[in-house]
Design a protein around this ligand. Structure first.
Ligand code: SAM
Length: 330
C-alpha cells in the first residue's frame, strides 16, 4: 500500500513542476491548508535540512544575529523561521511572517503557534512588510520574483540589519542571487558573512567563471533513506535524495567582525580523479581549480573527499598543487 494518495502525488507533482519551470511566480498557487501541510511535510523538510546546514555554518563561524526581530519574507509554511527560532532559542522577541498568499501566512502562523511561539508574531502582506532593523530570512523565493518584484524586495531588505538568504542551487538561480542580491548589498556598504570569506566583488561573476555557480551540499538525515514515504516521493517525482545542493548568502549591515585574510571556501565538493582531487576554491584573490594529489597531503585528501567539516582552508600551494591546507578556520 502506498504511503501517499494519488491526489497527494498529483499535488506534489504540480507544485514541483511550477518550481522547476519557473511558472510558480505567476499567481498564488496555494490551494488550501491541506496542500500547505503536504508541502510542509515534504519539500519544506528538504529546505529545512538546507537551513540546518546554513545555521550550523553560521554558528561554527561564531556569528550571532544582530537583531531580535525576525522577518520571514515569502514565508510559505514558515520552515525558515521555525528552523531559525529553534537554532537560536530565546534570541528573537518578535516574528513577522510575510507572503503574498494569505493562506500561506495563516498556515505559517498556525505552525508557529503549535511550536509554542505566538508572542509577538505578526502576519503581513509583502507590501506592508517592515524590515527596518530586523533579521530578514528569504528562502526559495527568488525564482518566483520578476526583476521588478526583486528590486522592490531588495528595497525592503536593505533596511534590515542582516539577511539570511537560502536558495535552490541551479546555475541561474545561484548566479542571480549573487549578481542581483549579494552585489547590491555590498555596494550599499554591507558586509558578507557567509559563504564568502571576504566582502569584495564575487569572482564567480567574472567572464571566465561563467560556467561556475556558488553552491554547497547539505546532509540528508540518514533515516530518510529508510522511510517509505520519502522513497516513494523519490521514485514518483524523480527526486534524488542522496544529494541536497543549496546556495546561500548571509550579509549584515554593520559588521564588527574583522575580516580574516587568506582563507578560501571550497565550492561544491572536491571532484575525484585517479590519484588526485580537483578543488574549486574561492577567496578574495579569485576562483582557482587547484589539484590535490593524495601523496602530497593524505589526511587533507581524505577529509576533502569525505566532505568532512566546514570547507574553509588556508592553503599552501606549490606549482599549482595544494600541498597543505589548514582547515576548520573560524
Ligand atoms: C517555494 S515557496 C517557499 C516558501 C518558504 N520560504 C520555504 O522556503 O519553504 C515560495 C513562497 O514565496 C511566495 N511568493 C511568491 N511571490 C511572492 C511575492 N511577489 N511576494 C511575496 N511572496 C511571494 C509564495 O506564495 C510562496 O509561499
Amino acid at each position: 500500500m502506498s504511503f501517499w494518495t494519488q491526489e497527494e502525488f498529483r499535488i506534489l507533482a504540480r507544485l514541483r513542476e511550477g518550481f522547476l519551470k519557473g511558472s510558480a511566480g505567476l499567481a498564488d498557487y496555494w490551494k488550501g491548508a491541506e496542500e500547505l501541510s503536504l508541502y510542509d511535510r515534504t519539500f519544506a523538510q528538504r529546505i529545512g535540512w538546507k537551513w540546518d546546514a546554513v545555521l550550523s555554518e553560521l554558528s561554527v563561524r561564531g556569528w550571532m544575529p544582530p537583531a531580535q526581530r525576525l522577518v520571514d519574507w515569502g514565508c510559505g509554511t514558515g520552515i525558515a523561521s521555525r528552523r531559525v527560532l529553534e537554532h537560536w532559542q530565546g534570541h528573537f522577541e518578535a516574528v513577522t511572517l510575510s507572503d503574498r498568499s494569505p493562506q500561506a501566512r495563516a498556515f505559517a502562523f498556525e505552525r508557529l503557534r503549535e511550536a509554542g511561539a505566538t508572542r509577538n508574531v505578526r502576519v503581513v502582506a509583502p507590501e506592508e512588510t517592515d524590515c527596518e532593523g530586523a533579521v530578514v530570512l528569504a528562502s526559495h523565493v527568488l525564482s518566483e520574483l520578476t526583476h521588478e518584484q526583486l528590486r522592490k524586495a531588495l528595497g525592503q531588505w536593505k533596511k534590515a540589519a542582516a539577511l539570511i538568504w537560502v536558495e535552490s542551487a541551479t546555475h541561474d538561480n545561484a548566479r542571480r542571487m549573487v549578481a542581483e542580491g549579494r552585489e547590491f548589498f555590498l555596494e550599499a556598504g554591507w558586509k558578507a558573512v557567509a559563504p564568502c570569506t571576504f566582502s569584495g566583488a564575487c569572482p564567480l561573476l567574472r567572464g571566465e567563471n561563467e560556467r561556475h555557480w556558488c553552491h554547497h551540499f547539505a546532509r540528508v538525515p540518514s533515516e530518510v533513506h529508510q522511510d517509505q514515504g520519502w522513497r516513494e516521493i523519490s521514485l514518483r517525482l524523480n527526486l534524488d535524495l542522496r544529494v541536497l545542493p543549496y546556495s546561500f548568502v548571509v550579509l549584515e549591515r554593520d559588521s564588527g567582525r574583522e575580516p580574516v585574510s587568506g582563507v578560501s571556501r571550497v565550492i561544491g565538493t572536491a571532484r575525484e580523479f585517479k590519484g588526485h582531487l580537483k578543488v574549486l576554491a574561492c577567496d578574495a584573490g579569485g576562483v582557482q581549480d587547484w589539484m590535490l594529489q593524495k601523496r602530497d597531503a593524505p589526511d587533507l585528501y581524505k577529509e576533502l573527499r569525505k566532505c568532512e567539516g566546514l570547507p574553509l582552508y588556508r592553503w599552501r600551494v606549490e606549482g599549482g598543487r595544494i600541498v597543505e591546507g589548514v582547515g576548520k578556520w573560524v
